[in-house]
Write a protein that binds this ligand. Structure first.
Ligand SMILES: C[S@@+](CC[C@H](N)C(=O)[O-])C[C@H]1O[C@@H](n2cnc3c(N)ncnc32)[C@H](O)[C@@H]1O
Length: 237
């Protein structure tokens, strides 16, 4: 499936998605994102991982599209045996991520972030593989959504745990605006604008299942976990 989208009628259904920019590489945009309060979805994300993979004891975790590394650091805190690597294509985000990691002095020696513009650049990890690959809110940014699934396949050890979370595209623009108001009403205008764009760029469960089938990764399951989030999880053959 390609991610090309055209428009929507404000009052009626969002029948097509509207593509969003890939990287969040504008400093103001990265700062607005890093300054927003994502503690609820981010802690839920790690809780979903623990719930879906209760026996996880792996020592290598990868966070794709790590942004300001809040989730990367949360994984390091939850799994003290693990080294956690975050990858992102935006230097503006990576600069913030490095500062965030330094603030977590007890974890900093187990957390590392590096640049990878997925789909455009060579994988900086080479043939290194991970026991878990996680990613939050990256899929809807990608020019080609299959780039995420290919990256996961390239970076997972056999039997590795995979957890992806992303937004779900609402039925209408009005519904998307309602969600922005409900969850980001107090955030900056930049953040609210980006959140709306992300909701309109997000995929629906059936669209993601289509992607997974097309790339033979439909051993992953999809579950709707909130009024705006879905997860895809499992391990790949
Ligand atoms: C909405 S943020 C999510 C950040 C983080 N996962 C979180 O949940 O806090 C999406 C991130 O994906 C990054 N991104 C978008 N397209 C990318 C690509 N093709 N390769 C690598 N990173 C990408 C952006 O730069 C941004 O930091």
């Amino acid at each position: 499936m390609t991610s090309s989208l055209i428009g929507q009628n404000k009052a009626t259904k969002v029948v097509t998605r509207i593509r969003e920019e890939e990287l969040m590489d504008v400093p103001l945009q990265a700062e607005a994102y890093a300054g927003a309060d994502f503690s609820e979805p981010n802690s839920n994300f790690v809780a979903h991982f623990a719930d879906k993979f209760p026996a996880f004891r792996g020592d290598r975790i990868l966070d794709l599209g790590c942004g300001p590394a809040d989730i990367t650091v949360r994984f390091a805190a939850r799994y003290p045996q693990a080294r956690v690597v975050g990858l992102d294509g935006a230097d503006a985000m990576l600069d913030i991520a490095r500062e965030v990691i330094l603030q977590h002095t007890a974890l900093a020696n187990r957390v590392d972030v590096r640049r990878w513009h997925i789909g455009r650049e060579e994988n900086p990890l080479g043939t290194e593989v991970f026991d878990a690959v996680a990613s939050n809110s990256l899929l809807h940014h990608l020019r080609d959504p299959l780039d995420l699934w290919k990256a996961i396949r390239a970076c997972t050890a056999p039997g590795a745990a995979v957890l992806i979370m992303d937004l779900i595209r609402p039925q209408s623009r009005i519904e998307a605006e309602r969600i922005v108001e409900k969850y980001a009403g107090k955030e900056t205008e930049v953040l609210r604008g980006d959140f709306l764009k992300s909701l309109l760029a997000a995929y629906r469960p059936a669209e993601i299942m289509e992607q997974l089938v097309s790339i033979n990764m439909n051993s992953l399951q999809i579950e709707v976990v909130s009024d705006r989030h879905l997860i895809a999880f499992g391990s790949i053959d």
